[in-house]
Ligand binder design. Structure first.
Ligand SMILES: C[S@@+](CC[C@H](N)C(=O)[O-])C[C@H]1O[C@@H](n2cnc3c(N)ncnc32)[C@H](O)[C@@H]1O
Length: 300
């Protein structure tokens, strides 16, 4: 069986996209059938097994027989679950530096379905406990915490620009993304209708344009390597903006945040999912929003 863990508050979104649902345990959705692609799962338990047990020692032995490192997802019987977890090899925190290599060893995940039943998967799709990616944050330089979304995308998913590439950052104020892109060695055209933080605007290779992003035509900017957008706007408007750049032929790599106001707009999300070469994921550092990336097949 395969189980999908929803990020806090996004269980309804996960349930909307999954088929063959067998049961739901807290934020974990157990399914029958093959692996499904998921926008909303923060961690996928790839080989979930139900294991009855009598004692804490028996439970920990059963887990140790399946794998070495285990992350606990605890929804009930917390104390009993913790006593079992305490008998397993200690899971050290996996706190990443920006662009550092990912931990190599696989992580399992488990939970108690009831006092005498484990649900355990020795393999998951994430190298982080329950998919929770953590960074040694830079609490001084970036002007907003939005930079963590790009840190996660670049470090965990390897979707990065190269030094010297020309990029546009739409909806850039106060400048977290512009700062990350500048640090990557890119030439950044940073666009927002609000002012960029002055110390970010002064950085080399940053050109700030204070205007409405939706009035900027691709031909005004010319060919770019990457389109970035963290604009707060209706998903439909963002889709139009992306498609206008795609139609112009002036850019083939895109990273953008679809931000939902109020209800999740599943209809527009579906339209984004229908684009060629697209991947959409609710990153650990996303709020009520998802990150879209489209990479030209030929670009590395
Ligand atoms: C979440 S903030 C972006 C944070 C930014 N990525 C960072 O790292 O600091 C969203 C931005 O979108 C901008 N925005 C919203 N509508 C816009 C528009 N029509 N044109 C340009 N910027 C817009 C807002 O001014 C705001 O600065």
């Amino acid at each position: 069986m395969i189980a999908y863990l929803a990020p806090d508050k996004f269980l309804p979104e996960l349930l909307e996209e999954l088929k063959d649902v067998k049961s739901v345990h807290g934020n974990l959705v157990l399914t029958d059938g093959p692996l499904q692609s998921s926008v909303w799962a923060q961690c996928i338990w790839l080989d979930a097994q139900i294991i009855p047990f009598e004692s804490i020692t028996q439970a920990s032995k059963a887990l140790k027989a399946l794998g070495k490192f285990w992350a606990l997802y605890s929804t009930e019987n917390h104390r009993r679950a913790q006593l079992i977890q305490d008998q397993l090899p200690k899971l050290r925190p996996r706190v990443m530096d920006f662009l550092s290599p990912l931990p190599e060893d696989n992580l399992g995940a488990w939970m108690l379905l009831d006092k005498n039943t484990l649900l355990a998967s020795p393999t998951t799709n994430s190298r982080f406990p329950l998919g929770e990616v953590q960074f040694n944050e830079d609490k001084n330089t970036p002007p907003s915490r939005a930079y963590l979304k790009l840190w996660e995308l670049f470090t965990v998913y390897g979707v990065r620009p190269k030094p010297g590439q020309k990029v546009v950052d739409f909806g850039s104020c106060p400048g977290g993304w512009t700062w990350v892109l500048q640090q990557m060695g890119c030439e950044v055209i940073s666009i927002d209708r609000a002012p960029l933080e002055p110390r970010i605007e002064k950085l080399p290779r940053v050109k700030f344009i204070k205007t409405n992003a939706f009035n900027v035509k691709p031909e005004d900017i010319g060919a770019i390597d990457w389109f970035y957008s963290d604009i707060i706007c209706y998903p439909e408007k963002l889709l139009e903006l992306v498609q206008s750049w795609q139609a112009s032929g002036l850019c083939s790599n895109f990273v953008c945040t679809i931000k939902f106001q109020g209800k999740t707009d599943f209809e527009t999300l579906k339209k984004f999912l229908a684009l060629d070469n697209v991947r959409i994921q609710h990153l650990h550092h996303n709020k009520h929003e998802v990150t879209v990336w489209i990479k030209a097949p030929s670009s590395s």
